[in-house]
Ligand binder design. Structure first.
Ligand code: SAM
Length: 322
C-alpha cells in the first residue's frame, strides 16, 4: 500500500527548524517565509523585443510551432510559463518542488552540502529572490538552483585540470535565467564567462539577472548576432538541460559552432541519459562524429540510496575534443 507521509513529515521537519519558502500544490505544504520580490521589474522589455525580432529566423533559434521553446509569430512579453517578476519560480527554466515530497528537497540539499569538497557553499548563497522555492536548514537557505549548481561545479572541478575553472574561457549554451553563470562567477575568479541562448526571452532575462548580480563585467550574455560574430575560441562549453529540449538540427548547429571555436571540453547534463533529447533521440553519434570523447560520466547523486531518495536525479557527461 502506498502511504503519503507529506504533511506529518512537513510538521516534523518544521520542528527541527527546517522551513519551506515558496509555493507548491495546495495539498503539499504551507510555506512559512515570505518570498522576497524585487520592487522593480528588472527585465528590459525593449531589449527583449529587439532580441525577439532578431532571433525570429535565426538558424540557432528556429524551431517549429510544436516545439516547447517556440517564440511565436507575434511579439509577446512572456514565453510559456515564465513570469518576468518571478522568473526563478517553478517554470521551464528550473523545475521546483512540484509534487515531490519535501524530504527529497532536504536530502538533496544535505547531500550537496556533504559532497561540497571545494567549499563552494562558502562562496555562493541563495538570496531567495524572483520566486525561487527555498527551504532553510539550520541557517542556510537552499534552492534547487543552489543544490544543482554546487554539484555541477564540483563535478567540473573534479575532472578538469586543477584550478582551471578560474581561467578557462567558458560558454554556457541554453543558459536560462543565468543560474550556472551566476554560480560560476560566485565560485571562481573567472573573467571569461559567456552565455548564449536561442530564445530571446531567456537572453533578456539572463542579461537582467547577471546585471542584477553585478557580474556583468565578468559574464557576457551574448545575443545570437554576437554569437555569429564571435571569433575567439572557447575552452569549455556547458549545456545543462538544454540540448535535450531542442530539435536535433539545432543541437548539431550548436555543436558545429563549438567545433569552429575549437572547444576543448563539453559538459552536458541531458534530461534523459544517452545523452538524449526529450523524444529519446540519442545524440552521442553526433558528438563522436565531431571528435568529442567521453572522459567522465557519473550520476549527479552517485550514491545509489541517495539517488533514489533525492529529487531530479540526472547524469553528468564531460567530453574532451582530441
Ligand atoms: C530547462 S532550461 C535550462 C536552463 C539552464 N541551462 C539551467 O540549467 O538553469 C532550457 C534552456 O534551453 C534554452 N533553449 C531552447 N532552445 C534553444 C536553442 N535553440 N538554442 C539555445 N538554447 C535554447 C531555453 O531558452 C532555456 O534557457
Amino acid at each position: 500500500m502506498k502511504r503519503s507521509i507529506g504533511i506529518p513529515l512537513e510538521r516534523k521537519l518544521q520542528s527541527y527548524g527546517l522551513i519551506v519558502n515558496g509555493r507548491s500544490s495546495a495539498k503539499q505544504l504551507s510555506f512559512l517565509e515570505e518570498q522576497k520580490l524585487p520592487e522593480l521589474q528588472i527585465v528590459d522589455l525593449d531589449e527583449y523585443e529587439n532580441l525577439w525580432h532578431a532571433y525570429l529566423n535565426h538558424p540557432l533559434s528556429k524551431v517549429s510551432f510544436t516545439d516547447f521553446w517556440y517564440q511565436g509569430t507575434d511579439f509577446e512579453d512572456r514565453v510559456k510559463d515564465v513570469d518576468l517578476m518571478r522568473f526563478r519560480a517553478d517554470n521551464a527554466y528550473v523545475w521546483q518542488l512540484k509534487s515531490h515530497d519535501i524530504s527529497r528537497f532536504v536530502i538533496s540539499a544535505l547531500y550537496a552540502e556533504k559532497t561540497d569538497s571545494y567549499g563552494l557553499l562558502t562562496r555562493t548563497r541563495e538570496d531567495g529572490d524572483f520566486g525561487v522555492q527555498c527551504i532553510r536548514i539550520g541557517g542556510r537557505l537552499w534552492s534547487r538552483d543552489l543544490i544543482d549548481s554546487v554539484m555541477e561545479v564540483t563535478f567540473l572541478r573534479d575532472h578538469l585540470p586543477s584550478g582551471s575553472l578560474d581561467s578557462l574561457r567558458i560558454i554556457d549554451i541554453g543558459a536560462g535565467y543565468g543560474r550556472l553563470l551566476h554560480r560560476l562567477a560566485d565560485t571562481t575568479q573567472n573573467e571569461n564567462l559567456y552565455g548564449a541562448d536561442g530564445v530571446a526571452l531567456s537572453t533578456a532575462i539572463c542579461r537582467a539577472y547577471i546585471r542584477h548580480q553585478d557580474q556583468d563585467s565578468r559574464v557576457s550574455v551574448l545575443s545570437l548576432a554576437e554569437v555569429d560574430d564571435l571569433k575567439e575560441d572557447f575552452d569549455l562549453a556547458t549545456n545543462v538541460h538544454s540540448f535535450s529540449e531542442m530539435p536535433i538540427e539545432i543541437v548539431t548547429r550548436w555543436l558545429d559552432w563549438l567545433v569552429e571555436r575549437n572547444v576543448r571540453y563539453l559538459f552536458i547534463v541531458p534530461n534523459k541519459p544517452g545523452p538524449a533529447l526529450n523524444d529519446g533521440t540519442e545524440f552521442m553519434p553526433h558528438l563522436i562524429e565531431r571528435g568529442f570523447e567521453l572522459v567522465a560520466h557519473r550520476l549527479k547523486f552517485d550514491d545509489p540510496l541517495i539517488g533514489k531518495l533525492a529529487f531530479y536525479q540526472s547524469e553528468y557527461y564531460l567530453f574532451a575534443r582530441r
